[in-house]
Design a protein around this ligand. Sequence first.
Ligand code: FAD
Ligand code: NAP
Length: 316
Amino acid sequence: MMLDCAIIGGGPAGLTAGLYATRGGLDNVTMFEKGMPGGQITQSSEIENYPGATGHNLSGMDLMIPWPEQCQRFGLKHEMSEVTRVSQNSDKTFTISKSDGSSIMAKSVIVGTGSTPKRAGFEGEDKYFGRGVSTCATCDGFFYKGKEVVVIGGGDTALEEALYLSKICSKVTLVHRRDTFRSAPSTIDRVKNTDNIELVLNAVPKEVTGDPMGVTGLDVILSDGTIRHIDAPGVFTFVGNDVNNQVLLQEDGSFLCDMTPSGQVKVDINMRTSVAGLYATGDMREDAPKQVVCAAGDGAVAALQAITYVDELSHH
Ligand code: FAD
Ligand code: NAP
């Protein structure tokens, strides 16, 4: 069996690629997603900047629920599998290897495997991960209803999730290692004007403290070198993401296509990688704006390219 197009990842990029590839006439298109389709935005408590999606308190999950069904209507097949590697064969087709040991061939491949939350690296973070240390406010915020929590980070995610947690928790202490944020000015204003958010700036997380029941607080190093202890049973870290590029890593340790030094996939304006027939989309590609609308746009662009590529192959 030879797919016209294999799509790796079922986030906004992969799902939109699937919609455009199938509606655009490719016959055999399968999207491989290791979990539930929807991608990382399904962990977000609120999305306000997807055009047209103006629902009050719209969560990432609310936004993404209809996408898979829309794709399936046009014939996209969805397989729940983890892809371990995409490699190229001597005839220029691709082999998609899966974690169950099976593989499938494809004429073209669109990769949209997104990114994964980073660990901040303080003492006790791994030990207490899932037992008081979390990277998902939507998933775990409710456990701290009426209690105090710490949020670490100074980007859009940290600030937005601090706002979300401030509605559930009695107090949010936002710890950031600098005194300026990497976030939209309106979000910064909202954080500064929220009574139960305390900002602890120029503060580096040192150690999460705990007992057999779980987390008890966080020690941070302040700019004068002193240590401040913050009491809280929950610590949320939002310190950025790693690019999920492992599927492009080959047996010899090289990548299938050209990458940037930070591990993103190099693409041209049409999402074409350095290998013909292979496209990279969404958060994993060079200069990604890391927005749902952009990931979706990338998926559409890549699918339109794949349609032309597969069509040209059949005329050669
Ligand atoms: P992802 O959404 O990361 O999807 C990739 C998919 O690939 C995942 O479902 C994953 O399971 C799958 N996958 C990975 N590896 C494999 C493999 N080997 N085999 C099979 N499947 C695999 N953006 C906005 O526009 N507005 C917002 O308000 C906003 N808020 C955010 C809040 C939070 C908390 C976070 C974390 C992100 C937010 N973003 C927001 C960013 C947005 O979620 C991402 O830019 C977008 O989801 C990227 O889409 P993607 O399809 O590239 O990747
Ligand atoms: P980010 O922008 O990379 O911010 C990470 C934050 O964590 C930075 O403030 C950084 O500090 C801090 N940090 C990094 N490593 C740390 C460590 N080891 N210890 C302590 N602090 C550490 O990541 P993000 O907020 O997850 O956002 C990722 C992308 O998604 C961005 O492009 C963002 O715009 C986008 N996004 C958009 C929205 C939206 O549009 N509404 C919402 C969420 C995310 P420094 O500032 O000092 O480097």
